[in-house]
Design a protein around this ligand. Sequence first.
Ligand code: AP5
Length: 217
Amino acid sequence: MRLVLLGPPGAGKGTLASFLNKELGIPHVSTGDILREEMKNNTSLGQEVKQYVESGGLVPDEVVIKLIENKFSSDCAIDKGYMLDGFPRTEVQAKDLDALLNDLQKPVDQVIYLDASLPVVIKRLTGRRICRNCGAIFHMKNNPPKEEGICNECGGEVYQRPDDNEETIQTRMDVYLDNTKPVIEYYEDQGKLKKVDADRDSQEVQESLMKIFNGDR
Ligand code: AP5
């Protein structure tokens, strides 16, 4: 299955991708995770993108497009399908992605648009915590780690992303509305978009997804 997960910050793209990866084994490709890994390792790319990521702005198109090109040309796991999370985020990225995937004969099958409202995403993102080691996602209220600050999955340190504060969340939301909303129309015009109400709890969102995959709606 070849999927794109679209939606505002905090809509639940990473949470859903983790579920689909466990359930269906679809490889998960998150540009946000790749960029944070580069920052953690203090590579030259990590240093270049840090200011954009931490302020909630977009990393320049040419930088993220190159990352995706490298990923798709070097990772054989992608032959089993893919789930893109956080990419494409601009119309330029969407068009370049189509060109790349057409060349590789691996076009996108479906685009899942997780539609979530601002008050919901603010609550989710301000309460989110992430494992520094394995990337497991928690929420201080809905899904806290069993032991404070420690990951249930691997025992790694659980931390709060620096861009998960109210001011930066608002910037990320504005950036999303200006840049990523047109991507939704782009895929709608291709007849590939499926919209899911992502304000609901995780289980309901997952059930809607499975219905879409089973062709029930
Ligand atoms: P990225 O990491 O992609 O961040 P994002 O798009 O802002 O999305 P998030 O990871 O914040 O949210 P999510 O939808 O995955 O939510 P999650 O599942 O964690 O990008 C970060 C930055 O990198 C960008 O700002 C930009 O600078 C840069 N970047 C990345 N890609 C780029 C690109 N293509 N071009 C340019 N720049 C790029 O869930 C959130 C919380 O809610 C969790 O605590 C979770 O437990 C909880 N939760 C999830 N679903 C539910 C539910 N249904 N009910 C209750 N709680 C839920």
